[in-house]
Design a protein around this ligand. Structure first.
Ligand SMILES: [Zn+2]
Ligand SMILES: [Zn+2]
Length: 297
């Protein structure tokens, strides 16, 4: 495994100072923040599938859940701080399941383009939001940042009251390539993601590894499948999401399922995708991740 470039003393982020509550992986977060490099993306995990990406002067937010709780699901960990998502330029929305598309949260980001599948975008526009439906074209987010949809296989739990388009997102920046997988099962198309970005690898992947209950339904990635996804997509650095955050009011009492996914994912990646580094964040925590111009963390 290659090493980080030496730390740069000027490379500090406001998010660093408000890192999330301690977790078993908190040391990793601090280590990563301290060892930032020149061309980095700042990754802030707000819990579940919500990630803030600060890259090339743009702020992108995935599947924003910004409230304390999510319908009947309770949140473990801190409520996302408004400063963490203020000034969002673009929202990347994977699908309309309620743990990914909460109207109250989306309305906290007024006039922000919400990039998602065409049917989802039409539905969002009917709700007064700025849904932008994409097929396979690139969306220019400015400052050299481009976004396109990529496949996700997630057809379980269809909703009669919302469209069921499901997708991931590929983001290219002047410094490297990012994949937000969304909710998906494994599929062969993951191996073509670097090609879609005209790259040899994915520099940073936001990969789901769990759920909001002890059992993971079909159409999701558990730790083993998520590691296989990282191998297929030739991922250099993976941040696990969709774990450890949401639960039904009593479900947290039954065993350690909320904490098991992250160590299982790290172990699976060691076996299945040894060239991939796993960066586990605490909810609210941030890290600087070098993209293509920096070495693998
Ligand atoms: Zn879903
Ligand atoms: Zn989900």
């Amino acid at each position: 495994m290659r090493s980080w470039v030496p730390p740069r003393p000027t490379c500090r982020s406001p998010y660093e100072r408000r890192s999330g509550s301690p977790s078993p992986e908190a040391g990793e977060v601090g280590e990563a923040v301290a060892r930032c490099a020149v061309d980095v993306v700042t990754v802030t995990w707000l819990g579940h599938s919500t990630i803030v990406l600060d890259v090339a002067g743009r702020r992108l937010v995935t599947d924003p859940l910004l409230a304390r709780h999510n319908g009947p699901l309770r949140r473990r960990g801190p409520t996302p701080a408004a400063a963490a998502w203020a000034g969002t330029d673009v929202v990347l929305l994977s699908h309309l399941h309620h743990d990914h598309a909460e109207l109250g949260s989306l309305r906290r980001l007024p006039d922000v383009p919400v990039l998602t599948g065409p049917a989802n975008a039409r539905w969002l526009r009917r709700k007064g939001l700025r849904g932008v439906g994409l097929h396979d074209e690139w969306y220019d987010a400015g400052d050299g940042v481009r976004v396109r949809l990529v496949d996700a296989v997630h057809h379980t739990r269809p909703m009669p009251h919302r469209p069921n388009d499901a997708n991931g997102h590929l983001v290219t920046t002047p410094h490297g390539t990012i994949w937000f997988a969304g909710d998906t099962g494994l599929h062969a198309g993951m191996a073509t993601l670097p090609d879609l970005a005209d790259a040899t690898s994915i520099d940073l992947a936001l990969v789901p590894i769990g759920g909001w209950g002890p059992r993971l339904p079909a159409g999701h990635l558990g730790p083993e499948e998520a590691a296989t996804a990282c191998a297929l997509a030739r991922v250099r650095c993976a941040v696990p999401v969709h774990w450890g955050t949401l639960h039904f009011p009593v479900a947290q009492r039954f065993g350690s399922w909320m904490d098991d996914a992250a160590p299982a994912f790290r172990e699976a990646v060691r076996r299945t995708a040894p060239d991939c580094r796993v960066l586990t964040l605490a909810p609210g925590g941030s890290a600087h991740v070098p993209l293509a111009d920096g070495p693998v963390p």
